[in-house]
Design a protein around this ligand. Sequence first.
Ligand code: G3P
Length: 215
Amino acid sequence: MKIFIDTADIKEIQEANRIGILDGVTTNPSLIAKTGRDFDSVAKEILAEVKGPVSLEVISLDTGGMLKEARVLAKLGENVVVKLPMTVDGLKACKALTAEGVKTNVTLIFSPSQALLAAKAGATYVSPFVGRFDDISEDGMGLVEQIVQIYGNYGYQSEVIVASIRNPMHFVKACLMGADVSTIPFSVIQQLSKHPLTDVGIERFLKDWEKVPKK
Ligand code: G3P
């Protein structure tokens, strides 16, 4: 299971990187806007910090515009992954970029058929949004299970990034289902390392240590 961080906040990225468990980064226009900074500076800073795949999203809605943006983004670094929306235009752009050797991440996936088409278009990654699907009373992790099964049935190589993760259970289920990547907000990455019994255990060990006679 690869762990990506889902943020454009360089401090969070550096912090996760220091733990030593970070494989990559995903961003989107909302996350870039949250930084309050311009796109270029943020993207370059992230690319200088992280060696693994960094997803940067296009804004255009038409294939031509997406390709133009994607080619500029791809020049920013070898580890750039161009994030494309799951639309017919996005699929066309995905097919063309794949032929050019540019890595892609087809995003905003909410159905298994969308994931199948993205794989056929040669997507390097596909991103089903589990939290947002749960938000409308659908089964986010059920969607991931179906995509993983379909890709297995036909041997598609696209990697499944479980996105819009909101809690540790999303992550655990993604691992059990054999998804390739989880992209996780910093707050949830922190939660993954914690367990109340670990804290209680440390406290108890330290209390008992006080009873050990000192020389
Ligand atoms: O990677 C996709 C993610 O950024 C969406 O998450 O929490 O905005 O639904 P969220």
